[in-house]
Design a protein around this ligand. Structure first.
Ligand code: NAG
Ligand code: NAG
Ligand code: NAG
Length: 239
């Protein structure tokens, strides 16, 4: 009996302390998601000549559409627009703020439960800051992982990322038979914006989160396979 009572107390204490650290429903992790524009536009209705990884989103690990009455207002991030257009472009509709609006409503309103991100300006500027701080483009390039007609192994890509950042990322591909095309890379940070491992759990339901209202085929991305060559498509040369 005593052992059981002790276990109950310890257990309650544990949940109690974690509950204080992160009130129920609050996120513990943010997923910085970048996608490769050439791959995105090979699946979706778009063309792009961008040859750098662009932001797809900054997603808390829990919660979705946490406050639908908190409307996106582009004038609140007016000073960020040039950077937003460069680093977080809507590849489907480059002149529209729709993508940002979608990401704000679905994920930003949940991220905003943390004081550090509790405004639209804080949320979007933090995403831009993290994108540059954890600079995927340079890390890949510096490890000679460049867009090419030659294939890579997933190990090479993983080693480049893990070797530099020191944490596990989640690397997703578009699968098509004997080849897989590099599509999306997630890096994760904790509430202090320090890098931590991303889980590779299939339960992370937003891993394929391309706005359903904007695109058709959202099931195309999934975690890359170690046994299949990886294609990292270059910008098509113009004819
Ligand atoms: C990419 O496309 C844009 C708009 O179509 C154009 O202004 C720009 O010069 C192009 N850049 C390159 C490197 O081809
Ligand atoms: C939702 O957002 C609105 C607008 O910013 C705000 O007034 C309201 O308090 C928020 N609701 C919750 C539950 O946070
Ligand atoms: C958007 O924000 C601006 C600047 O704060 C404000 O003047 C405007 O009324 C807001 N628009 C809407 C639709 O809430």
């Amino acid at each position: 009996m005593r052992f059981i009572a002790l276990a109950v107390i310890l257990c309650a204490g544990y949940f109690c302390s974690t509950a204080f650290a992160h009130p129920r429903g609050d996120w513990t992790k943010l997923i910085i998601t970048r996608h490769w524009p050439q791959t995105f536009c090979s699946v979706e209705q778009c063309t792009t000549n961008l040859s750098y990884w662009t932001l797809h989103g900054l997603w808390p690990n829990t919660g979705m559409r946490c406050n639908t009455s908190w409307h996106f207002n582009v004038s609140l991030i007016e000073d960020l627009i040039p950077e937003m257009e460069k680093y977080w472009p809507d590849l489907l509709a480059p002149t529209s703020p729709k993508f940002w609006q979608y990401e704000w409503t679905k994920h930003g309103t949940c991220a905003a439960k943390a004081d550090s991100l509790n405004s639209q300006h804080k949320y979007f500027s933090k995403a831009l800051e993290l994108n540059l701080k954890y600079d995927l483009n340079s890390v890949l390039k510096n490890n000679n992982i460049v867009p090419s007609e030659e294939y890579y192994t997933l190990d090479q890509v993983e080693t480049a990322i893990t070797g530099f950042f020191g944490v596990k990322s989640k690397i997703q591909c578009v699968h098509s038979g004997k080849v897989q095309t590099l599509g999306q890379i997630e890096l994760c940070v904790d509430r202090d914006f320090q890098l931590i491992d991303c889980e590779k759990s299939s339960k992370e339901i937003w891993s394929n989160d391309i706005p359903a209202v904007l695109v058709s085929s959202q099931s195309d991305l999934s975690v890359c396979d170690h046994s299949v060559p990886v294609y990292y498509p270059p910008v098509p040369s113009r004819s």
